[in-house]
Design a protein around this ligand. Structure first.
Ligand code: ADP
Ligand code: ZN
Ligand code: ZN
Length: 743
């Protein structure tokens, strides 16, 4: 019987690809039948795009009978890079949702989720150094002399099939120790494609006995381990939230699942991380921006292949593929760094909630100062509230005091009351923490003769005067640096004078007031060298009187057991800001900074200097607590119909021509108002709080709506139209859904 030759297929096989370009569409490419069979959503492909070759990700395989859009010429993909998808369907769904919700191009959104080596088309397979014990007969006797080697060997024994150098390093085993063991032929090292079998999870440390609040919180989450439920763990600073996380994690890990823990900034919370790592023997993957490309890919692979049981990361780690995800924890949920402030402006907290829903696992948001947004979700029963009402262990909550700067006797910006308190604290051999959120020497330089002020030529802002390592003027908004003039550039008199104070000036002043004590300044200028913060941190942990002085960096989650006095020098800036969220941020900051006081055996005191001692937010905070402040703010926002009681979108527009950005916003505002009618309200266009920045004029427009679905129904087509409009004068336009800052 004659064989019929295989029939050439008449069908055109296509895949839909998200290409990393700033365009809102996905693009269809044709593939061979064989490629079509191999191709999977979430796999990378090499495609031609214009004159470039780009690496995109397949979002969808199109059914062969789906009609072809005749307007576009169908190109063929150049190469199918991955046999197996690098992003699973849930993460792909999460990314697609994020792109839609935040109105950002899907191709660029997907880039956020990928380690840079994968973006560059590198292979998924990572070669790693694997260390493994040998069957040396005299191992134990050869280990007698070195405790380090002995400890390392014990850890290696827990991994009979070998484990990676990264994981060993994370468990505190240094590479040098491994090399020494290799010299003695007790361990061997190979380079291989990693085995992704997870190691069994073991407790490395005994859990603490939970107090009744902790017990209740733990039990309530444990009841919801197998479906989506979101919780707000609202616990005072030092109330033992971390212990609650750890005990819940233990149950999840015991079931063979993975836990994703998000923290605001890895570099600033070393002890939180070490607490997570030291409780369990298991594989931990750290995902943050401080890693080099290959380390990041390796950690990502361990997470994605299910090897790592605990994944600890910052914002973008929310998009890591995790095959066995069983719990998401987002610590310090109020922290602004969860919201990306440029480009793809997603909020990791909201993405985390959606991810929990997709994965059907619980999500815990924790904070001592929950965001107003989260309290609102509690009101709507979208978050279940778990409260911890007392400090765990022995420590008491600090006592807060206000110092009225209008009447206080002052010495260079420090009130005499405060100076006395600092002296008493140091005399008691305790530590002082002084908070001032302004780095540099002084925020203003003026001429006393003619009134000239040193202003940035490109921004509506003063130059900050810096004195270290030499004197210069620096704009903190655009980075412009100018030489420090010796005389006034206008009247040429020697009458230049600083106003206000930055951390460097306060440091100088404190050193003259307390010459016999250490004054340590912690800000971006003093800790820019790698490891310098760690050194400072270690010094603080010693029981020695000293003064710590710093910015925001000092406020976050640190445990300083010997600090008993906290002073906040200038909170008024936060009270006077026009941003609706400014009072919320100020209250959070005060409580977080105050939470650094009295974490040891001695009670802490917090002193705040202000010109507004009768400000209602301050008095409520002192007489009651943060929760009372939050309650007031919820009521105020509700009355004013402000977010979170309405959904908001901020459109930012910048141009070198001042009128042009306003006119452009006016035009697009009319378009939207025309389409959406009274389902939305538009505010503006108005100039941004700092109208000119880096030589550009900036204008804002805010869209408010009661109904989120209706808002997005109109937003999407409108924005698609807006970005197609011809623009002049180098107009820069961006959209910020659920904005956190109006700057
Ligand atoms: P938070 O994360 O809420 O700021 P931590 O988890 O850091 O609080 O706890 C503060 C301190 O209290 C830590 O030193 C911790 O070891 C201790 N602690 C927490 N829970 C308990 C408990 N149940 N019993 C005793 N000490 C506890
Ligand atoms: Zn002058
Ligand atoms: Zn500037």
């Amino acid at each position: 019987m004659p064989l019929t030759p295989p029939q050439p297929s008449t069908e055109i096989y296509r895949v839909r690809v998200a290409v990393p370009v700033h365009l809102y569409d996905t693009f269809d490419y044709s593939v061979s039948q064989q490629q079509y069979e191999q191709a999977q959503a979430g796999a990378r492909v090499l495609v031609s795009f214009g004159r470039q070759s780009l690496i995109g990700v397949i979002t969808e395989k199109l059914a062969p009978d789906l009609p072809i859009d005749p307007r576009f010429q169908l190109k063929t993909i150049r190469e199918l890079i991955d046999q197996a998808p690098i992003l699973d369907t849930k993460v792909l769904t999460l990314l697609t949702w994020s792109a839609h919700y935040y109105q950002f191009p899907i191709g660029e959104v997907i880039q956020t989720a990928l380690p840079s080596l994968l973006r560059q088309g590198k292979s998924q397979d990572v070669l790693t150094y694997i260390w493994k014990i040998t069957a040396h007969p005299e191992a134990e006797s050869k280990l007698k002399r070195s405790q380090k080697q002995y400890d390392a060997y014990q850890i290696l024994k827990l991994h009979p099939t070998g484990t990676t150098e990264t994981i060993l390093n994370l468990s505190g085993v240094e590479t040098a120790t491994l090399r020494a063991l290799a010299k003695k032929e007790l361990v061997a090292c190979t380079q291989e494609i990693q085995d992704f079998t997870p190691m069994p999870v073991q407790l490395a440390q005994m859990p603490l006995t939970p107090n009744p609040d902790q017990h209740n919180a733990i039990q309530r989450v444990l009841k919801s381990l197998h479906h989506y439920q979101a919780f707000l763990l609202d616990g005072l600073t030092g109330s033992g939230k971390t212990e609650v996380y750890l005990q819940i994690m233990h149950e999840v890990l015991k079931q063979g699942k993975q836990v994703l823990v998000l923290v605001p900034e890895i570099g600033l919370t070393p002890q939180t991380i070490s607490r997570f790592k030291s409780r369990f023997h298991c594989d931990v993957a750290l995902l943050h921006s401080g890693l080099n490309d290959s380390k990041r890919l390796q950690a990502w692979q361990q997470a994605k292949m299910g090897k790592a049981s605990i994944i600890l990361g910052t914002r973008s780690a929310i998009y890591t593929p995790l095959p066995r995800l069983g719990l998401i924890i987002l610590d310090e949920e109020h922290d602004l760094s969860y919201k990306q402030q440029e480009g793809f402006r997603y909020h990791a907290r909201d993405v985390a909630l959606y991810r929990g829903y997709l994965e059907q696992c619980p999500v815990i948001l924790g904070s001592a100062t929950p965001s107003i947004d989260s309290y609102h979700l509690v009101e709507q029963n979208k978050l279940e509230l778990l409260q911890l009402n007392q400090r765990a262990g022995v420590a008491l909550l600090p006592k807060m005091h206000l110092i009225d700067l209008k009447v206080a006797k002052k010495n260079e910006g420090l009130s005499q009351i405060l100076i006395d308190q600092i002296q008493h604290t140091l005399d008691r051999q305790e530590q002082v923490l002084i908070f001032l959120n302004r780095r540099g020497y002084a925020p203003v330089l003026v001429c006393e003769s003619c009134g000239w002020q040193a202003n940035c030529p490109n921004c509506d802002a003063h130059f900050t005067l810096h004195t270290q390592p030499y004197g210069y003027l620096h704009c903190h908004h655009c980075g412009t640096i100018h030489r420090l003039p010796e005389t006034c550039p206008e009247c040429h008199h020697h009458t230049l004078k600083t106003l206000g104070m930055g951390t460097a000036k306060v440091e100088e002043h404190l050193k003259t007031l307390f010459p016999e004590h250490d004054v340590i300044r912690v800000d971006r200028d003093s800790t820019s060298r790698v490891g310098s913060w760690q050194k400072i941190y270690d010094r603080i942990q010693h029981n020695k009187p000293m003064i710590l002085l710093g910015t925001q960096m000092l406020a976050k989650g640190h445990h300083f057991p010997y600090v008993t006095l906290v002073a906040i020098l200038d909170i008024d800036a936060g009270l006077l800001s026009v941003d609706v969220r400014a009072p919320e941020r100020t209250a959070q900051l005060i409580v977080q900074v105050a939470g650094r006081a009295g974490r040891g055996e001695h009670k802490g005191h917090v002193y705040m200097q202000t010109l507004r001692p009768d400000h209602p937010m301050l008095t409520t905070l002192i007489e009651k607590d943060y929760r009372a402040v939050a309650k007031d703010m919820l009521e105020e926002r509700k009355a004013a119909r402000l977010p979170p009681y309405r959904y908001s979108v901020l459109i930012r527009c910048e141009s070198r021509d001042r009128d042009y950005s306003q006119a452009f916003l006016q035009e697009i505002a009319q378009m939207l108002q025309h389409q959406a009618g009274d389902s939305i309200e538009i505010w503006g266009p108005i100039p941004a709080p700092m109208e000119r920045k880096a030589g550009r004029y900036r204008a804002h427009m805010v869209i408010l709506a009661q109904d989120r679905a209706r808002l997005h129904f109109f937003l999407r087509p409108w924005w698609a139209e807006v970005i197609q409009l011809p623009r002049q004068h180098q107009l820069r336009l961006s959209i910020d859904v659920d904005p956190q800052e109006f700057n």
